[in-house]
Ligand binder design. Structure first.
Ligand code: ZN
Length: 315
């Protein structure tokens, strides 16, 4: 057995509502220890709590060989940038230009840190242990407080100039849907129309309490389907994993939501792309919820950490 297989690693899913921290070992998705902290509006104080927790875990389980951090954003992923590991332009109070990696780097000098977006993290978790096992090309979308997308192309996580911002693409609205959208940057982008807060703004009711027969579901599902159609046309993913709270669809129910979304997606494609995966039968395993459920993010951060430990382990 090579040394990295027993390495203790640290994982952080840095979300806009909570930070989930975990300790893992080996190469599986087993979490030895786990804690969560409210994100709040004071990043320095939160990161000091996080560091204290990992130090206590280190006393319990042995030294941490690497960290994986999957963070809400936008984030600076450019390793040559002086603000690598920072949140950048978020509207979240207190978090503009917040340093996530710095406190970890100072507290655990020399320990490798892998850093990516929360959605790429969740995508990576699903690729290793969940709904994207064995797939080299897929996307992971989360619809919750905001909308984000990540994924892999040819087995590599999607990066580029910065990172994909799939939630901010321009999308179609169902005829008669006059909601102006609420993205502070773009108004009626996908996130501006379909995020949890957008649904609450357009109906006066949180998505989870929206009656199943509320017409807003038609508007939301129509826009979601057209957004996924755009992504399918651009990236040709072999599967679309849809996570986040909105897909649970409250009183409508997750199963009905997915069924209607798949039908609407096929209508939006209008039979243009030819693949068994997009057939009436195939579509049920093409647009799917995450297999790791709400643990996709923290498991992805764990996978990032395991790889970082492997890269630096003596052979
Ligand atoms: Zn936007």
């Amino acid at each position: 057995m090579s040394p990295h297989q027993n390495s203790i690693v640290g994982a952080i899913e840095a979300g806009g509502t909570k930070f989930v921290c975990a300790i893992g070992n080996g190469s599986g998705a087993t979490l030895l220890g786990r804690a969560q902290f409210a994100t709040g509006d004071n990043p320095a104080r939160l990161m000091s709590e996080v560091v204290t927790w990992f130090s206590s875990q280190q006393k319990k389980y042995g030294s941490i060989a690497a960290f994986g951090v999957a963070s809400f954003g936008p984030v600076d992923l450019d390793k040559s940038s002086p603000t690598h590991g920072f949140i950048t332009t978020t509207p979240k109070p207190g978090w503009q230009h917040a340093d996530i990696l710095g406190p970890l780097r100072r507290a655990f000098p020399g320990v490798p840190l892998a850093f990516d977006t929360d959605v790429n993290g969740a995508a990576f978790g699903e690729a290793r242990w969940g709904a994207a096992r064995g797939l080299e090309d897929f996307i992971y979308i989360t619809v919750g407080t905001g909308i984000g997308g990540g994924g892999m192309a040819r087995g590599r996580l999607l990066h580029g100039l910065v990172h994909p911002e799939m939630g901010h693409i321009s999308v179609s609205q169902r005829p008669g849907d006059a909601f102006p959208g609420k993205c502070p940057f773009h108004g009626s982008c996908w996130e501006g129309l379909c995020s949890g807060p957008a649904i609450a703004a357009r109906t006066g009711t949180p998505a989870e309490l929206l009656p199943p027969d509320h017409p807003a579901w038609d508007d939301i599902i129509f826009t979601m389907a057209h957004a996924l159609k755009n992504l399918a046309c651009v990236l040709s993913p072999r599967r679309i994993i849809l996570g986040g709270s909105v897909r649970k669809a409250g009183l409508l129910g997750e199963a009905v939501f997915f069924e209607r979304l798949r039908t609407s997606f096929r209508e939006a494609l209008a039979g243009y792309i030819s693949s068994p995966a997009l057939s009436e039968l195939g579509i049920a395993s093409y647009i799917v919820p995450p297999e790791l459920g709400d643990d996709a993010g923290v498991c992805g951060a764990l996978a990032l950490a395991q790889d970082a430990a492997k890269e630096t382990a003596p052979s």
